[in-house]
Design a protein around this ligand. Structure first.
Ligand code: CP
Ligand code: NVA
Length: 308
């Protein structure tokens, strides 16, 4: 069966644990190598990855490109503006054609239904590089980063501050699969899709929703936030005002466990969702988190292509 990766649960907890372990090994094996050098075993030699971007990207684009190169394969990039998708060719036909021309498809798009349609018609793995609903590849990198910094995932306490968005959905999904707890502090009207919390709770994770940012941060191992205005959303002063009490500040970090870590998928807006003192401070893991997109993506590609 074709292994699509539209959400973390397509792989499941055991496969995600295997991805993290493999990423740690591969990262260590190539420490200090030039970034474009192919891993010694070149496990995806001869494989081609097609990437479609219907939204902007820096990290996802570069990390998937470097990931497939380091695994011995190659990539090609299409965007909405210059491919026939942008002129109305159907997702179904695009999926059929790319399945004949490449070994895997990564797509970043808006409506999650589009990626589900692509997976339905594709005969090669389809990987979610972010939709309005979820961002699973980012969270594999986040889990890797946290584990690498000595936090055991099961039973760990995460606090999310700000908007109930795509990144939060994937964190909550991960909580169910890897058995950690998430306190979600969001203003009224900006709650996440409750389906993710329900699924995670059914798997034994504690997901709690609060309006109190300090209570959410209390004794947390991990503090995480993201932009208040995601791609495709209109800039709205009203939303920014509602979010302001959820800004990550030194006072909020002080409520977390000593040594708590700060995560942000980037791009960041210093002075909005987080102040510079925190994101550029000693508890912030953002540069490891960004680098780990490469190592995590390699594991996702290996899993999708049946090598993990
Ligand atoms: N974090 C993340 O997905 O970054 P890009 O939008 O730059 O890909
Ligand atoms: N929530 C953000 C994540 C960007 C990587 C967005 O969708 O724009």
């Amino acid at each position: 069966m074709t292994r699509h990766f539209l959400n973390l649960s397509d792989a499941g907890g055991d496969a995600i644990a295997a991805m993290i372990a493999d990423a740690i090994d591969r990262k260590a094996a190539r420490a200090a190598w030039p970034k474009g050098r192919v891993d010694a075993d070149a496990p995806l030699a001869g494989h081609a990855l097609a990437m479609i971007f219907e939204k902007n990207s820096t990290r996802t684009r570069v990390s998937f490109d470097m990931a497939i190169r380091q695994l011995g394969g190659s990539s090609l990039i299409l965007d909405g503006g210059t491919s026939q998708l942008g002129r109305g060719e159907s997702i179904a036909d695009t999926a059929r054609v790319l399945s004949r021309m490449s070994d895997a498809i990564m797509i970043r798009t808006d409506d999650h239904a589009k990626i589900e349609e692509m997976a339905h018609y594709a005969t090669v793995p389809v990987i979610n590089g972010l939709t309005d609903l979820s961002h699973p590849c980012q969270i594999v990198a986040d889990l890797l980063t946290v584990v690498e910094h000595g936090v055991a995932l099961p039973g760990s306490q995460w606090a999310w501050l700000g908007d109930g968005n795509n990144v939060l959905h994937s964190i909550v999904e991960a909580a169910g699969l890897m058995r950690f707890d998430v306190r979600v502090a969001v203003p009224e009207g900006y709650e996440p899709d409750p389906a993710f919390a329900a699924a995670a709770q059914a798997q034994g994770a504690r997901i709690t929703l609060t309006r109190d940012p300090l209570a959410a941060a209390s004794d947390a191992d991990i503090i995480v936030t993201d932009t208040w205005i995601s791609m495709g959303q209109a800039h709205a002063d009203e939303k920014l005002a509602a979010m302001m009490p959820y800004q990550v500040t030194p006072a909020l970090m002080a409520r977390a466990k000593p040594g708590a870590k700060f995560l942000h998928c980037l791009p960041a807006h210093r002075g909005e969702e987080v102040v510079a003192e925190v994101i550029d401070g000693p508890q912030s893991l953002i540069w490891d988190e960004a680098e780990n997109r490469i190592h995590a993506q390699k594991s996702v590609l290996l899993w999708a292509l049946g090598k993990l």
